[in-house]
Design a protein around this ligand. Structure first.
Ligand code: ZN
Length: 333
């Protein structure tokens, strides 16, 4: 079967097509939904700028066009598609599938599901989900979760996995037995806006000390800039700060150390609440090997369960995770 997964962000929209079957000659990855096992491969991806300044209606015309073009490029037809999944940058109402908030305002309160069906003149199954939840789902059923299963022998149906995106912001998703936990209002997994430092930095969400202010690339950058004041013309980015730390620059080393302590505290808090089998990190900061160095010892210190450190993986699927997770929505409901 053919599944489409669409990653929709503020700057780009990407449509990916996946072939999924119980047995596949040229499989790229295994897929365990908790109920069933498949083999899968990506056929192709195509992207276009979101161009949100054009307004919702024009953006949807472009998106529908991109879906048609991508299906055609795969020498397939819309009838071959089993479903379309959309990963969106905001909270998704679990009843209606409509995006309730987020920083890409044009999609808020819009009926994307209905409008895509209308645009394609098709009654195809369309699902929506939060993009961080899509990341977590993909890693749980086709990435880190598969790795954890291989290492421990524990089946995916019995896993609780938590995906944490440590990028510009900090988003998350909780997956149990191959299914997203979205909660009553679709806000489960919004772990970036839980308080990590009481009375800490002001967050755009209106609270203070949110995890996102510390456990994100932006948090690392602001921490560095705040300590160096006006002595530098250009603020280094998070990647450069990790590089400087490796070269033993004292301030960068201190910032990275502080970041790791905050990350450990954050994961330990989540462990005390969820006792997940594993955590999987995504986003730009997750690519830094230093993040994982000594993390076990910090976790052993911070979790309530004496001397316990949960598994923390770097993401396995890379940039494809969002599209894979969106595509898998129809198989994991
Ligand atoms: Zn916040």
């Amino acid at each position: 079967m053919l599944l489409a997964g669409i990653d929709i962000g503020g700057t780009k929209m990407e449509v990916s097509l996946f072939e999924v079957a119980e047995r596949l000659e040229n499989k790229e990855f295994d897929l365990h939904t908790g109920k069933q096992r498949y083999q899968a491969r990506k056929i192709l991806s195509q992207r276009t700028p979101t161009d949100r300044h054009l307004g919702y209606e024009k953006v949807m015309v472009n998106l529908v066009e991109l879906i048609r073009e991508t299906v055609e490029s795969a020498s397939a037809s819309l009838k071959d598609l089993r479903s379309i999944g959309l990963g969106l940058p905001g909270i998704i109402d679990p009843q209606t599938g409509i995006m309730k908030n987020g920083n890409t305002g044009i999609f808020i309160e819009q009926d994307l599901i209905g409008d895509i069906k209308k645009g394609l003149e098709s009654d195809i199954e369309v699902n929506t989900a939060n993009d961080a939840n899509c990341f977590a789902l993909a890693e749980a059923v086709a990435g880190a979760g598969v790795k954890y299963r291989e290492e421990t022998g524990i089946e995916i149906a019995d896993h609780i996995g938590v995906g944490i995106i440590v990028g510009t912001g900090c988003g998350g998703g909780i997956i149990r037995g191959g299914q997203m936990i979205v909660g009553r209002n679709g806000t489960a997994g919004e772990i970036g806006h839980s308080t990590l430092i009481s009375g800490g930095h002001t967050c755009y969400c209106g609270r203070r000390g949110c995890a996102e202010q510390y456990v994100s690339g932006t948090g690392i950058e602001s921490a560095y800039a705040a300590r160096i004041y006006s002595q530098i013309k250009e603020r280094p980015n998070a990647r450069q700060i990790f590089e400087m730390a490796e070269e033993q620059e004292p301030l960068a080393k201190a910032i990275v150390k502080e970041f790791k302590a905050n990350l450990a505290l954050f994961i330990a808090n989540l462990t005390n609440i969820l006792d997940a089998n594993y955590f999987v990190l995504g986003g730009g900061v997750s690519l830094q090997p230093e993040v994982y160095n000594g993390l076990d010892d910090l976790l052993k210190r911070d979790t309530y369960n004496p001397g316990y450190a949960p598994k923390v993986y770097q993401n396995v699927l890379g940039d494809s995770a969002g599209g894979i997770g969106a595509a898998m929505l129809s198989l994991t409901k």
